[in-house]
Design a protein around this ligand. Structure first.
Ligand SMILES: Nc1ncnc2c1ncn2[C@@H]1O[C@H](COP(=O)(O)OP(=O)(O)OP(=O)(O)O)[C@@H](O)[C@H]1O
Ligand SMILES: [Mg+2]
Length: 237
């Protein structure tokens, strides 16, 4: 049987800030409908990799493919229209607007506001309870849910999430990863960056470890988990 092409593929990608190269030839594939966890310590280049994958930053060498097409020269806007959506580190909600207003704003991409609200509240019942609350006064986990709800209103084929669980309590992290797993089951392909591995590895189909701008491990979560402690956590995993 012919294997389906990965929806997102990075081949020998190099990237630099000015003259300082921070990605030194990264290969990474996200298969259709799978969750790939991208792990690695501070400064490894995880965020940079997401920027290159989403067209916000150009690779200095190598190739970025989406659905098998070469997209190195494609703008971030065009990538978004093609179904690629990024949730950046630190979440992207408007703090001075309510939950409902934040969701309504997401309708600029085309979907009707009522439909966006309906889908968001079905998927995140907590947001319904807090519909009239200012986003800035939501808990960190609720803000992340709102950011995800906004991102999902575009019905992306590929979702890139930076530091999904940063600063959040374990219970809410579990809830967010349950949602990630459910999304993947509907066919969305997801690349999720994490510094702390456990929750991500529990739902991921594959994992990659990036250290100093190089993928030093890639494979099944269990195998990668075994290697992690020796790779960079000094046994503290
Ligand atoms: N805008 C920038 N200008 C110059 N150097 C940068 C810039 N952004 C990142 N870097 C450098 O590139 C390297 C990789 O950074 P990056 O943000 O991709 O790492 P990361 O793996 O996401 O780290 P973290 O886990 O802390 O978020 C770091 O050495 C960082 O200092
Ligand atoms: Mg980062």
């Amino acid at each position: 049987m012919k294997r389906r092409q990965p929806i997102l593929e990075l081949i020998d990608v190099h990237a630099a800030y000015g003259r300082i190269e921070v990605l030194h030839g990264v290969d990474l594939a996200v298969p259709v409908g799978e969750v790939v966890a991208l792990l690695g310590p501070n400064g490894a280049g995880k965020t940079t990799l997401l920027k290159v994958a989403s067209g916000q930053m150009k690779a200095t060498r190598g190739h970025v493919h989406i659905g098998g097409s070469h997209v190195n020269e494609v703008s971030a806007d065009a990538m978004a229209r093609a179904g690629l959506c990024t949730i950046p580190e630190g979440r992207s909600v408007f703090p001075n607007l309510t939950v409902t207003e934040n969701l309504r704003l997401a309708s600029y991409a085309g979907a009707p506001a009522e439909r966006i609200l309906q889908i968001a509240f079905e998927r995140f019942p907590r947001l319904r309870q807090r519909a009239g609350q200012l986003a800035g006064s939501l808990s960190g986990g609720e803000q992340q849910m709102l950011a995800m709800a906004r991102a999902l209103s575009t019905e992306p084929a590929v979702l890139l999430v930076d530091e999904l669980s940063m600063g959040l309590a374990p219970l809410i992290v579990q809830e967010l990863y349950d949602i990630i797993a459910a999304l993947a089951a509907t066919g969305v392909s997801i690349l999720v960056v994490e510094q702390f591995a456990d929750a991500a590895l529990a739902v991921a189909h594959r994992a990659a470890v990036l250290v100093h701008g190089r993928v030093v491990a890639y494979g099944k979560p269990d195998d990668v988990a075994d290697e992690l402690s020796t790779l960079y956590l000094g046994g503290a995993a």
